[in-house]
Write a protein that binds this ligand. Structure first.
Ligand SMILES: NC(=O)c1ccc[n+]([C@@H]2O[C@H](COP(=O)([O-])OP(=O)(O)OC[C@H]3O[C@@H](n4cnc5c(N)ncnc54)[C@H](OP(=O)(O)O)[C@@H]3O)[C@@H](O)[C@H]2O)c1
Length: 210
C-alpha cells in the first residue's frame, strides 16, 4: 500500500519531468522513501526531509536521494534553498504543518504539491490551520492536490508491475521495522509519531496472539 501511494502520488499527481527537483517530507518513512527512489528513476533530483542525522544518512546513502534535510536540527528554509538551487518543482507532502508552509515559499512556477498526508497535525488538540503561504500557489500558477491511494485501486496491477520490476533491478529498496505481539500495539503505534523507526512499521501478530 505505501508503495502504491508513492507511485500514484508522485506520477499521477506530481507528474515529474526529467531534471526537475522533487522535495519529499517523511523521506525515511514507508511512502516517502519510495517517492524519492521513483523520482530518481524518472531522472529527477530528489531531496528528502527527515528527523535526525541517522535517518538523513539512510535516505542519502542507502536510498540514493541527492540530499536530505534534518528538520529537527537544521533551518529548513535555508536548507531547502541550499539543496534546491533551482527551486522546487514538486513537493510531496507527508507531514503538513510548518514544513508544508515553508515548502510553499520555495516552489517554482507551475509547481505541483501532492498532499499525501499531514502526520504533524493528526494529534492536534486544536483546529488545524491551513498553510499561511498559500498565495504562493497563486503567484506561481502552482497546484496543490490531495489524493487517496484507494481511488487508484483499478490500477494497482500496473503499479505492482512497475514497482516489482524496479525492486528486482535493485532500483528500489524498502525496509520494514517489525515489532512483535499484539500486546505491543500501543507502543508500536506511537513510533509512527515519535519517528523511532525506518521504513514501513509492521506489527507482527504471531499465531500465539490470535
Ligand atoms: N493519501 C493516501 O492515500 C495515503 C496512503 C498512505 C499513507 N498516507 C499518509 O502518508 C504519510 C506517510 O505515511 P507512512 O506510512 O509513510 O508513515 P511513515 O513515514 O512510515 O511514519 C511516520 C513518520 O512521520 C514522521 N513524523 C511524525 N511526526 C512528525 C512531525 N510532527 N513532523 C514531521 N514529521 C513527522 C516521522 O519521521 P521522522 O522521524 O523523519 O520525523 C515518522 O517516522 C502519513 O501522513 C500517512 O497518513 C496517505
Amino acid at each position: 500500500m505505501p508503495g502504491f501511494t508513492a507511485y500514484f502520488g508522485l506520477l499521477d499527481i506530481g507528474q515529474p519531468k526529467e531534471g526537475e527537483t522533487v522535495l519529499i517530507s517523511g523521506a525515511a518513512g514507508a511512502v516517502g522513501s519510495v517517492v524519492g527512489q521513483i523520482a530518481k528513476i524518472k531522472g529527477c533530483r530528489a531531496i528528502g526531509i527527515a528527523g535526525g542525522p541517522e535517518k538523513c544518512k539512510y535516505v542519502v546513502e542507502e536510498l540514493g536521494f541527492d540530499a536530505c534535510i534534518d528538520y529537527k536540527n537544521e533551518n529548513v528554509k535555508k536548507s531547502i534553498r541550499a539543496n534546491c538551487p533551482n527551486g522546487v518543482d514538486i513537493y510531496f507532502d507527508n507531514v503538513g504543518g510548518e514544513i508544508l508552509d515553508i515548502a510553499l515559499t520555495q516552489i517554482n512556477r507551475g509547481a505541483r504539491i501532492a498532499i499525501c498526508g499531514a502526520i504533524s497535525q493528526y494529534n492536534n488538540k486544536t483546529a488545524i490551520t491551513g498553510p499561511a503561504n498559500y498565495l504562493s500557489l497563486l503567484v506561481n500558477a502552482a497546484r496543490m492536490e490531495g489524493f487517496v491511494v484507494f481511488h487508484f485501486a483499478k490500477r494497482y496491477a500496473e503499479a505492482a508491475q512497475h514497482l516489482s520490476t524496479w525492486m528486482a533491478q535493485g532500483k528500489i529498496k524498502s525496509r520494514e521495522h517489525i515489532e512483535k505481539g499484539m500486546e505491543n500495539f500501543y507502543p508500536t503505534f506511537q513510533k509512527l509519531f515519535s519517528g523511532e523507526k525506518k521504513g514501513k512499521l509492521v506489527l507482527q501478530i504471531a499465531e500465539d496472539d490470535l
